[in-house]
Design a binder for this molecule. Structure first.
Ligand code: SAM
Ligand code: SF4
Length: 341
C-alpha cells in the first residue's frame, strides 16, 4: 500500500557505489516570481501547465519514495510557494511525519510568500526552512532578483520566527555583487538566531550574463572572513553537503557549499525529482529517468518501483561541473529551477 510505509518493510535504495538514498528533493514548479540573475534569464520559457504532475501525483510519487527509505523530503522549485494549492501537498506529505516514516519535511523558498504561509507550514509539520537571501541592500536585492523586493523577505522571516520555524539562510556568493557584504549577512543571520550557508554559483542553465564573471570561490570568502572573525571547523551536519564552522564572535554557524572547488559526492545520499516526474540522480549530470510514464501506466506501483530501481542503479559516482571559459556555456544545460536547489 502506498500510504503505509511504516507498516510494510522499507526496501532501501542502495546505489552502485554503496550509498543509501534517503533524501529526495522535489521541484513542484519551474516557475518563480523572481528572476535571480545567476538562476534564470529574464525571459524564461516555462513548461506548459499540462506537463506538470498534479499535486496528487506528486504526493503518490513522494510517498513511493518514502516506502523506499527516503527519510527527508525537501520541497523546492522554482518557487514552491507560488504553486497553486501547494499547502494541500504539504498537508498530505505531513502524514508520513505522523507515522514516523519520514523524519523531516522541509522547503527551500525565496520567502516572497512566507508571510502568508509560515503558520500553515508549521501546522503541516515543517520545522525548518531554507530561505535564499543574497543581500541586505534593497537596491542590490532588486538587481539580483530582478523582480523581488527585500521587504517581502524580511516580513516572511518575521512570520517564520513568529510561527516557530527554524530558518537557515542560503546566500550565493557573487563576485562584485555581494562579496563585501558577507560579514553583514553573517551578523544579520546569527543575530536572528539563524544558520547561514554560503553557496558557490554552479554552471546550470543559460542565463543572460556570463557565469565566469559571477563565480567567487568560497576559499577567498573564507580567507577574508578570517580578518573579522574566529572560525572553528565543527562536525555539524544537516544531511546536506555544507561544511560548517562556528564563529566565535557571533556564536552562530556558517556553512560552505563548494561544488566547484571541492568534491562532496562521496557522501551523496540524494536524488532530485522535477515537477514533470523526471528523476535526476545527480545535480551535475544530464542522465535522468522518467517516472511519470510508469506512474501513470497503472494504479499500483510495480512499474514505478522497477523504474526507481533502474534509476538508482545508474546513480553516478560524482559530478563534473566546469564553466567552460572558451564557450562560456554551462556544463549542464538545465536551469537550477528545474531540479531545485
Ligand atoms: N526559489 C527558491 C529559492 O530561491 O530558495 C527555491 C529554488 S532555488 C533554484 C534554490 C537555491 O538554488 C537558491 O538558494 C538559489 O540561490 C540557488 N541557486 C539557483 N541557481 C544557482 C546557481 N546557478 N548556482 C548556485 N546556486 C543557485
Ligand atoms: Fe526563483 Fe529561487 Fe531561481 Fe531566484 S533562485 S529565480 S527565487 S527559483
Amino acid at each position: 500500500m502506498l500510504d503505509s510505509p511504516a507498516s510494510s518493510a522499507i526496501q532501501p535504495m542502495i546505489d552502485p557505489h554503496g550509498r543509501a538514498v534517503t533524501y529526495l528533493r522535489v521541484s513542484v514548479t519551474d516557475r518563480c516570481d523572481f528572476r535571480c540573475v545567476y538562476c534564470m534569464s529574464e525571459h524564461m520559457t516555462f513548461l506548459p501547465k499540462k506537463e506538470l504532475l498534479t499535486l496528487e501525483e506528486l504526493d503518490r510519487l513522494c510517498s513511493a519514495f518514502v516506502t523506499r527509505g527516503v527519510r527527508k523530503l525537501r520541497i523546492t522549485g522554482g518557487e514552491p510557494l507560488v504553486r497553486k494549492n501547494i499547502m494541500w501537498l504539504f498537508k498530505a506529505l505531513g502524514r508520513h511525519l505522523d507515522t514516523g516514516a519520514l523524519e523531516e519535511l522541509t522547503l527551500t523558498t525565496n520567502a516572497s510568500q512566507l508571510a502568508r504561509y509560515a503558520a500553515d507550514l508549521k501546522a503541516c509539520g515543517v520545522e525548518r526552512i531554507n530561505v535564499s537571501l543574497d543581500t541586505l541592500d534593497a537596491n542590490k536585492f532588486k538587481a539580483i532578483t530582478r523582480w523581488g523586493e527585500l521587504e517581502q523577505v524580511t516580513s516572511g522571516l518575521d512570520a517564520a520566527d513568529k510561527a516557530g520555524l527554524k530558518v537557515k539562510i542560503n546566500a550565493v556568493a557573487l563576485k562584485g555583487v555581494n562579496e563585501h557584504e558577507i560579514e553583514d549577512l553573517v551578523r544579520f543571520a546569527h543575530g536572528r538566531g539563524y544558520d547561514l550557508t554560503l553557496i558557490e554559483t554552479m554552471p546550470l542553465g543559460d542565463i543572460d550574463g556570463d557565469r565566469t564573471e559571477q563565480f567567487l570561490p568560497l576559499s577567498i570568502v573564507r580567507a577574508r572572513l578570517l580578518d573579522k572573525f574566529t572560525l572553528t571547523d565543527i562536525p555539524y551536519k544537516t544531511g546536506g553537503p555544507a561544511r560548517y564552522v562556528e564563529i566565535k564572535e557571533t556564536g552562530g554557524r556558517l556553512g560552505f557549499i563548494t561544488p566547484m572547488t571541492h568534491n562532496f559526492c562521496e557522501s551523496c545520499n540524494r536524488v532530485r525529482l522535477t515537477c514533470t516526474g523526471t528523476l535526476y540522480m545527480c545535480l551535475g549530470q544530464e542522465d535522468a529517468a522518467d517516472l511519470r510514464g510508469p506512474l501513470r501506466a497503472s494504479t499500483d506501483n510495480d512499474k514505478l518501483m522497477t523504474a526507481i530501481d533502474e534509476a538508482i542503479g545508474r546513480k553516478p559516482k560524482g559530478h563534473d561541473f566546469i564553466i567552460d571559459r572558451r564557450t562560456k556555456r554551462p556544463a549542464v544545460g538545465r536551469h537550477m529551477s528545474v531540479t531545485g536547489g
